[in-house]
Design a protein around this ligand. Structure first.
Ligand code: GDP
Length: 366
């Protein structure tokens, strides 16, 4: 049998042992894009039972680049920064210069202040143990910011390899395909030309005779909301176009439900507006705090959707945290879902999110 490699991670595909790396059922070999079962599950089901960011195979695979020189391009989803920043990245990939690329810019409202956003990304990266050379904002789907980024990569790589790293679902493949298309004029190179002859098991795209752009396997981060919802629900919570803010005037004692996936209780403070930035299709319900638990019990999966049936089987229970807001223009961030801007005032809120998906505060950049 001629060697077939997984188009996801590059590992040699085998059909004999399900417990070994590279396994794929025989029937899957006829597909146009052959993926090993692990990549297939990750791609299509976001399945994480047996793989996580601490998963040894993944880490050892990515850590093979630790001793190689080159530039690291870390792609994150600006809609889910805490879920997609790889905490302690230098420990995994070695001490190389890092360019941080915030993808999916097209989803943010036009009023976004890019400088503030960049500052916030830089400091979030620092908190995650990553010192970045520079931060770039792009949309790999629309192509925004890609020319400038390609030039910067060329400059910073200093005639060395480029390693693209990211968690699953940040748009890494879209990004790489766009980069290739930009430099070669061809599209979808990644699914048609795997370059064999490497022991790394990564997909490599030659940049010149000596060096390559190397795609590393998507790391799974358990904090990513995307892992706790079904494919269908992921479509509902993922914005498809620029998000339009929805404004609610609330009195203390009122609650907002974001589908049934998260909740914000206005505990204390003057009547004020809450500006909600979520996918336009995600229903938001207003109710009273005293009725909120009952509503949840009776209508979760119905009036309060998503979650759908499949999500209900995998999503962790909601846990609450209290935030005291003392400054105006503060965002309460629900990673992977959206955020609520509080334009003014002193107030106390309780936020509920699936256990493990941690809500945080930041200065607003809109
Ligand atoms: P990967 O798992 O990191 O390789 O991610 P993919 O390239 O498969 O993209 C994951 C999802 O994000 C897909 O539904 C893409 O269409 C979407 N996506 C990728 N880049 C962008 C972007 O710049 N903007 C938007 N709105 N969606 C994007």
């Amino acid at each position: 049998m001629t060697e077939i490699n997984c188009q996801g991670c590059g590992i040699e595909v085998q059909t004999s042992d399900e417990t070994h790396p590279g396994y794929t059922p025989k029937s899957a070999l006829d597909r146009e894009t052959v993926l090993c079962q692990r990549c297939f599950r990750l791609k299509h089901y976001n399945e994480i039972q047996d793989v996580s960011i601490t998963d040894d195979d993944f880490l050892s695979m990515v850590s093979r680049i630790r001793d190689r020189n080159g530039l690291v391009v870390h792609v994150i989803d600006i809609f889910d920064v805490s879920g997609t920043l790889i905490s302690g990245l230098p420990r995994i990939v070695g001490n190389k210069p890092v360019l941080l690329v915030g993808n999916k810019m097209d989803l943010l409202p036009k009023s976004t202040n890019k400088n503030k956003l960049i500052q916030w990304l830089r400091s979030s990266a620092k908190e995650a143990g990553i010192n970045v050379e520079n931060v770039y904002l792009i949309s790999s789907v629309k192509g925004h910011g890609m020319d400038a980024l390609a030039e910067t990569i060329e400059y910073h790589r200093n005639k060395q390899d480029v390693f693209i790293v990211g968690t699953t679902n940040v748009g890494k493949s879209t990004f790489i395909n766009r980069l290739i298309k930009q430099s070669t004029g061809e599209s979808d190179v990644i699914t048609t030309s795997y370059f064999p002859g490497t022991t790394l098991g990564f997909i490599q795209i030659p940049l010149d005779d000596q060096t390559a752009l190397i795609d590393t396997p998507g790391i799974v981060n358990k904090q990513q909301m995307a892992h706790y919802v079904s494919d269908n629900d992921l479509k509902v919570i993922t914005p498809k176009k620029e998000i339009k803010p929805r404004v609610y005037q609330l009195n203390s004692g009122q609650t907002l439900y974001f589908g049934g996936l998260a909740r914000l209780d206005f505990i204390k403070g003057e009547r004020q507006s809450f500006v909600c930035y979520f996918a336009n299709n995600l229903p938001i319900h207003r109710t009273k705090i005293e009725k909120a638990d009952e509503l949840y019990k009776e209508h979760l999966g119905g009036l309060l959707s998503p979650p759908d049936k499949d999500t209900l089987e995998i999503i962790p229970e909601l846990t609450a945290n209290t935030f005291r807001i003392t400054e105006g223009n503060t965002d309460i961030v629900f990673p992977g879902l959206g955020w609520v801007t509080i334009p003014s005032g002193e107030l106390t809120v309780a936020v509920h999110s699936p256990k493990g998906v941690n809500v945080s505060q930041r200065r607003s950049f809109t």
